[in-house]
Design a binder for this molecule. Structure first.
Ligand SMILES: [Zn+2]
Length: 386
């Protein structure tokens, strides 16, 4: 009886507390993060949140996106502001690369590809929200609301060993503002997937900072061609392929089917829910089959140019499942490497070097920095020791 009275008193006390629910508000947009972001420490000393925000227009009027602010929750501290110019580069109608716009038509949705860099010493937000400001074209009024709250995940990252030995490896199309991997959103089996979010296309330069010397149609003229590829951790091979022919470099192959896009490949289960994809390997070079146990440093095959590729390179990424496409791309770090230079001239400079044999425009890091447990960011040049 006494116990019942206590429960009743507790219930009455609880019921007396007013519920602090926000008043519902009609918003002319809907927004949600496709996946909760998980930060990655980068070779620049900062932590990076890379994620995607879907924004839809359910109204009978076109919308113009004017500003998106990323806010720490619950403090409200401003982490990033994207104005119209920034949005015009990062908001893609339908999530399709090449359809960037700040005009969101009636019934349309788009995907905003976000990159928030936290300064050294900044606390990691436990959650973030997004203050979205639009102009409702008819009748021509401005509207803002804070929506799309998402937790920030702080899952421990896989620590990888070197995929190669030696110097001059270039982390092309890497994190966090390059486009080809970071925005490789696919609609698969009725869902969005983004397995390549943290992928790197590894190439290599010679002493003259060239990725290819001589005829760009000849595979062996690429510095990285034929380089041995190493297991980045102990693990079990989930799947592999070894029979696809080399493509002629210089242009992407035509009519490539999705099941051949990775070319000859290895998927390695390295534990902890981390799966590593190695793609575009040389035909006949892949040494492992499904079920094989490998040790860190074991040779898995050689760098080739098979599948959907226009120059020899190793595509490497970590994902949360065994399917190279139908998984979510998750961040990872390398145990140790030496940072020797950065191509600050960007992807266009790299593409030119690959297409013409011109040297990369490198800014040396001197003295070179030995970095531990970080991700080499886009267009860094690194050396791996065994
Ligand atoms: Zn790639």
């Amino acid at each position: 009886m006494r116990a019942l009275a206590a429960v009743l008193a507790w219930w009455l006390a609880l019921a007396a507390v007013p519920v602090a629910a926000a008043e519902p508000e009609l918003t002319p947009f809907m927004a949600d993060a496709l996946w909760a972001p998980n930060p990655v420490p980068g070779s620049d000393g900062r932590r990076h949140l890379v994620y995607e925000l879907r924004i839809a227009n359910p109204t009978a009027s076109a919308l113009e996106l004017k500003r998106v602010e990323v806010l720490d929750e619950p403090s409200g501290k401003l982490l990033l502001t994207l104005d119209r110019d920034g949005l015009a580069r990062r908001f893609s109608i339908g999530g399709r690369r090449g359809s960037e716009s700040t005009d969101l038509g009636v019934g349309q949705f788009g995907v905003l590809f976000l990159h928030v860099a936290l300064e050294p010493g900044d606390a990691l937000p436990r959650a973030i929200a997004h203050r979205i400001s639009v102009r409702i074209v008819q009748p021509g009024v401005d509207f803002s609301a804070t929506v799309a709250r998402t937790p920030v995940v702080d899952r421990p990252l896989a620590v990888l060993g070197p995929p190669f030995t030696g110097a001059g490896y270039v982390a092309a199309d890497g994190c966090c503002d390059s486009i080809r991997h970071v925005r490789a959103l696919l609609s698969l089996n009725g869902h969005f997937t983004l397995a390549q979010r943290f992928a790197i296309d590894w190439e290599q330069i010679d002493r003259e900072n060239r990725v290819v010397k001589g005829d760009t149609k000849t595979l062996s003229n690429y510095v990285i061609y034929g380089r041995e590829i190493l297991a980045v951790a102990d693990g079990t091979v989930v799947s592999s392929r070894n029979d696809l022919p080399e493509q002629v470099p210089g242009a992407l192959p035509q009519g490539m089917t999705i099941d051949q896009a990775d070319g000859n490949f290895v998927v390695l289960d390295i534990g902890g829910g981390n799966y590593v994809l190695y793609a575009h390997m040389q035909p006949g070079s892949v040494t492992v089959k499904a079920g094989a146990k490998v040790k860190r440093g074991d040779v898995l095959g050689k760098v080739g140019n098979t599948g959907n590729t226009q120059a020899p390179h190793l595509h490497l990424h970590v994902m949360d499942g065994p399917s190279p496409l139908q998984s979510n791309g998750i961040p990872y770090v390398f145990g140790s490497f030496k940072l020797t230079a950065i191509d600050k001239a960007g992807t266009a400079d790299f593409d030119k070097a690959e297409a013409t044999g011109s040297p990369l425009t490198l800014t040396p890091v001197s003295p070179p920095q030995v970095l531990s447990r970080v991700l080499p960011l886009d267009l860094t040049v690194v050396e791996f020791a065994r």
